[in-house]
Design a protein around this ligand. Structure first.
Ligand code: T3D
Length: 263
């Protein structure tokens, strides 16, 4: 049987590839469970220092598998509430909370929960064929997998309202202008290599500091200045005690390039 999620390791980078290309990587139960569990395993895996999220074939991910979903509705199952609690919410929590950088290689379309997943990455690399579509409204649903949280942070409240209510595709150039794409490369075939190159660079960096930056930005986004200063004090206490900090400071004094070991 073909695995719905491929996990490939190169040095400190784990690449998670959504692997249902014939269904544009639509999220069926097996893929959602595999992604949720893989993210859980990577959280505490210190040999993994950066993560790439990618889709097999021409799309990144078109969100919920609507064929599976329609069949569940037909059977009268309470599918939306169940899968959100069992799959989408843990995926969103684990992605946003991963204490290491996540780079999404958004080749082709990212729709519905597929877009939400990309928005929770720390960096999004796209190509000319990339487009985002907050497709939830087209099928009578509201946002999920954290898009109501991530999208206003990326593009502001007014634009988030427009993207969610009108559900129109956002092409690559517009996505870059809005800040949905961190970087737009020239060819779709360059998207994954560019994402992996960035992830490799991040994997060779100060992993503890990157995790702390993610945490303090989450506090800074919503908290007061007092909250942010408290989070910064805590982060610097943790980072200041790392070998990476000690060695990089010594390397600076000796005019050498620092080597970060992620600890
Ligand atoms: O309970 C819950 O599950 C709630 C959770 C919800 C989370 C969500 O993600 S809701 C949003 C679900 N996603 C969508 O509504 C997107 C639906 N797809 C589209 O709007 C379009 O397909 C795209 C804009 C994404 C891409 O358009 P295009 O023209 O590039 O491709 P296409 O021709 O529409 O689709 C190609 C094939 O993929 C086609 O199958 P076929 O005819 O070749 O056999 C199409 O049916 C299939 N496909 C596309 N999206 C999905 C899908 N199959 C299953 N599920 C999909 N989401």
């Amino acid at each position: 049987m073909t695995e719905p999620l491929l996990v490939e390791r190169t040095d400190g980078v784990a690449t998670l590839t959504l692997n249902r290309p014939d269904a544009l990587n639509a999220l069926d139960t097996s893929l959602k469970a595999a992604l949720r569990d893989a993210l859980g395993a990577l959280e505490a895996d210190r040999s993994c220092r950066a993560v790439v999220l990618a889709g097999a074939g021409r799309a990144f991910c078109v969100g919920q598998d609507l064929r599976e979903h329609a069949a569940a509705l037909e059977r009268g199952e309470q599918e939306p509430a169940n899968t959100i609690r069992a799959h989408y919410n843990p995926i969103a929590h684990r992605l946003a909370g991963l204490p290491k950088p996540v780079v999404a290689a958004v080749r082709g379309v990212a729709a519905g929960a597929g877009a939400s997943i990309a928005f929770l990455a720390d960096f999004r690399i796209g190509g000319p064929g990339t487009r985002f579509q907050l497709a939830f409204g087209n099928i009578g649903l509201a946002a999920d997998t954290g898009a109501s949280w991530s999208l206003p942070r990326l593009v502001g409240h007014a634009k988030a309202t427009e993207l969610l209510m009108l559900s129109e595709p956002v092409p690559a150039a517009e996505a870059q202008r809005l800040g949905l794409l961190t970087r737009l490369v020239e060819a779709d075939d360059d998207v994954l290599p560019a994402a992996q190159e960035l992830a490799a660079r991040l994997a060779a960096g100060p992993t503890v500091a990157y995790g702390a930056i993610k945490l303090q930005l989450a506090v800074g986004d919503t908290g007061t200045l007092t909250d942010a200063l408290a989070a910064e004090a805590q982060a610097q206490a943790i980072c200041g005690a790392t070998a990476d900090h000690r060695n990089a400071t010594a390397a600076f004094i000796k005019k050498q390039r620092p080597v970060f070991e992620g600890r």
